[in-house]
Design a protein around this ligand. Structure first.
Ligand SMILES: [Zn+2]
Length: 252
């Protein structure tokens, strides 16, 4: 492969380049799903924000303006640092060593750029395979135990959440067969809400939030449109979560 550093270069430190400081302001906890490129989603978000500002100030942006904004934002994004954690399903669990290491590294080891608070985005997404697996096998994880014991164990651990989503769906008159996609969207959102609650259980997160050094968000990415379909602060999520048993916000 062209341009690859040889083992010798690595061991002797030759070929090293000047790196920029590592001071990411954003922490992204997302799904391993390879269809989700966070940079692409961030670009869409920035372009949409800019366009909204223009429209609000009475200017109707044409195609050319849109292209120029996209170019500018693409350039600006090159300097944005994101500290990333991914796992299958973007499931943030309690007492998980990988999650804790990521949190400690992001919130304690890495510096705060210009002393500004950091942000964590727990990002679920539409059409998530993990949510589908939970829906399909949650009533009997033993069905997938032999070939995929770790997945079966996770599905079992999330059984209560699944039951809550299904009960709520039933109460709302949804049918597990005909309203499957709606129920899946609810499952994905419930996973995000649970993840935010779990993240807030880590002491390192609690401390950072208490000192106004951190904001936590839960969000859903639209896998098809590559954009953020839903975003709420931890406060908004947990306030409603507790009152309504998991699924309060309609997916738009
Ligand atoms: Zn996924």
């Amino acid at each position: 492969m062209k341009g690859i550093t040889s083992t010798e270069e690595i061991l002797t430190g030759e070929g090293e380049t000047e790196l920029p400081d590592h001071e990411p302001e954003d922490g992204y906890f997302g799904c391993s799903d390879s269809r989700l490129r966070i940079e692409e989603v961030m670009l869409q978000e920035r372009v949409e924000d800019e366009l909204k500002h223009l429209i609000e100030s009475g200017i109707a942006p044409d195609e050319q303006t849109r292209e120029r904004i996209e170019e500018e934002q693409r350039e600006e994004l090159k300097d944005v640092q994101v500290f990333i954690m991914r796992n299958t399903g973007a499931v943030a669990l309690k007492d998980d060593r990988n999650t804790q290491v990521w949190l400690e590294y992001f919130l304690i080891v890495l510096p705060y750029k210009d002393n500004k608070p950091k942000k964590i985005y727990l990002s679920g997404h539409t059409h998530c395979g993990m949510a589908r697996t939970l829906l399909d096998y949650g009533d009997d994880p033993k069905k997938i135990l032999l070939e995929t014991p770790a997945i079966a164990s996770l599905v079992k651990d999330l059984g209560e959440l699944r039951t809550r989503v299904l009960e709520r769906a039933k109460a709302d008159g949804l049918d597990i067969e005909t309203d499957r996609e709606t129920i899946l969207r609810r499952m994905e959102m419930a996973l995000v809400h649970l993840g935010v609650e779990n993240l807030l259980g880590y002491k390192v997160v609690k401390d950072a939030m208490a000192n106004s050094k951190l904001e936590v968000y839960g969000q859903i990415l639209d896998t098809e449109k590559k954009r953020i379909a839903y975003r709420k602060t931890a406060g908004e999520i947990l306030g409603t979560e507790k009152a309504n048993g998991g699924v309060t916000t309609r997916f738009r």
